[in-house]
Design a protein around this ligand. Structure first.
Ligand code: AMP
Ligand code: ZN
Length: 105
């Protein structure tokens, strides 16, 4: 794991942050600057910097993030929601460890 990666540190709990969900492939926690009453980040345990770096081999992992987001949205009884990956600096990405934003109310 890159020693300077914020999300790797949250996954390992070197930086403590309550995990709303955890399984063998990913974790989810609240965004520190929420854009709506629910704003979660679904993050693979594997460090991949951006979606642009993902390979076909990682296709099931990316699918798992989407299905996990759907389940969390159902658990939270969200009527509708946004799912967003920011890709690259020009795409608004600030943390270079893939994460799926789940935003809704
Ligand atoms: P992005 O712009 O797609 O890279 O999103 C990064 C997100 O991480 C932003 O929405 C930040 O608010 C969020 N964030 C930054 N630091 C933390 C942290 N320590 N815990 C939770 N979320 C964070
Ligand atoms: Zn990382």
């Amino acid at each position: 794991m890159p020693t300077d990666c914020l999300f790797c540190k949250i996954i390992s709990q070197e930086i403590p942050s309550p995990l709303i969900h955890q399984d063998e492939k990913c974790v989810a926690f609240a965004d520190i600057h929420p854009k709506d009453s629910t704003h979660l980040l679904i993050v693979p345990r594997e460090h991949i910097a951006t979606v642009a770096d993902a390979t076909e081999q990682q296709e099931p992992l990316l699918g798992h993030l989407l299905v996990t987001a759907k389940k969390l949205a159902q658990q939270k009884n969200l009527k509708g929601y946004k799912l967003q990956f920011n890709v690259g600096k020009e795409g608004g990405q600030e943390v270079f460890h893939i994460h799926l934003h789940l935003i809704g109310h």
